[in-house]
Design a protein around this ligand. Structure first.
Ligand code: 4FM
Length: 248
C-alpha cells in the first residue's frame, strides 16, 4: 500500500513510522509512505499557507491554492484514490473503517492546521473526511498516524502469520479477553486453571466468555451488533441478570 501524507510538519512523523512494525512493513515493501510538505506548493516569497478568515473572528484559515496544488500534483491522473481530510467533522474512525481503507492500494491523507481549511479545498479535492474521535487536536498529523497504524497492521504480511488481524477483539465486535503469561502465580494472583490445562477447546470457550463478560461490563453498546452463538447469548443473559454494566 502507498500512503501519501500532505502536511506542514513532516518531521512530526519521524519516530512513530520508523519503529517496530511500521518500520518492518516499509522495509518489506508492504508499505510505502511519502511525505509532501504543503509549503513546497506555495508560490509567494514568504511561502504563505494561511490567511485571516473572511467575516472576521479569531484564528487563521488554510488557504486553498497551496493545498489544492499539492493534492493535484501528488494525486496525478489517479482519481480513484481516496483523498482523506482528518477533521473532527469527519465520519468516526472504527475498525470497520480501517478495514475499508486497507482494501485500497493507495491513500492520500491531508493534515490541516490552524482553525480550519478553506471550504473550497473540501469542495475541489477532498473525497472523504475522517475523525479519530470527539475531541479537538492542533492538527491532523496525530490522527493520520493513528489511521496509518490501524490500517497498516491489516495489510497481509505486516503482522506475523500467527497474529491474524481478523481475530482482533474489535474485528469480532467484542473487547479482548484477559491475557496471562508467566509466572503461574504473581502476588497471590493465580492464572486461571483452564489456561494451563492444555485443552484448546476449553481455552477458546473461556476466552469467548471472558470477552463477552468484559464487553458487557465496559462497552455494553458493542453487544448490540456482536455476533454471538445461542450458547453465548444465554451466557450474556445470565450476566445481565447478575451484574449491571459499568457506565460512564
Ligand atoms: C483538523 C485542526 C483540521 C485543524 C484539526 C484543521 C481531528 C480529530 C482533529 C484537528 N482530526 N480527528 N479529532 N483535528 O482534532 O481527526 Cl484545519
Amino acid at each position: 500500500m502507498q500512503i501519501d501524507i500532505l502536511t506542514l510538519f513532516p518531521a512530526m512523523f519521524e519516530g512513530p513510522l520508523t519503529e517496530s512494525i511500521l518500520k518492518r512493513a516499509q522495509e518489506k515493501g508492504l508499505l510505502d509512505i511519502q511525505f509532501h510538505d504543503i509549503r513546497d506548493y506555495t508560490t509567494d516569497k514568504h511561502r504563505t499557507v494561511d490567511d485571516t478568515p473572511y467575516g472576521g473572528g479569531g484564528g487563521m484559515v488554510m488557504m486553498p491554492e497551496p493545498l489544492v496544488q499539492a493534492v493535484e500534483q501528488v494525486r496525478g491522473a489517479d482519481d480513484r484514490t481516496p483523498v482523506i481530510l482528518l477533521t473532527p467533522q469527519g465520519r468516526v474512525f472504527t475498525q470497520r473503517v480501517a478495514q475499508e481503507l486497507a482494501a485500497h492500494p493507495r491513500l492520500i491523507l491531508v493534515c490541516g492546521r490552524y482553525e480550519g481549511v478553506d471550504e473550497r479545498i473540501r469542495q475541489s479535492v477532498i473525497t472523504d473526511e475522517i475523525s479519530i474521535g470527539d475531541y479537538v487536536l492542533t492538527g491532523g498529523e496525530l490522527p493520520a498516524m493513528v489511521i496509518i497504524d490501524a490500517v497498516a497492521r491489516l495489510i497481509p504480511g505486516v503482522l506475523g502469520a500467527r497474529w491474524a488481524a481478523e481475530e482482533d477483539s474489535h474485528a469480532m465486535g467484542l473487547l479482548e479477553y484477559p491475557h496471562y503469561t508467566r509466572p503461574p502465580e504473581f502476588r497471590e494472583m493465580a492464572v486461571p486453571d483452564v489456561l494451563l490445562s492444555g485443552d484448546h477447546e476449553a481455552v477458546e470457550a473461556w476466552r469467548r466468555r471472558e470477552a463477552i463478560r468484559r464487553t458487557w461490563q465496559r462497552r455494553p453498546d458493542l453487544l448490540l451488533t456482536a455476533d454471538l452463538s445461542e450458547d453465548e447469548g444465554w451466557f450474556l443473559a445470565e450476566l445481565a441478570e447478575r451484574d449491571a454494566p459499568m457506565l460512564g
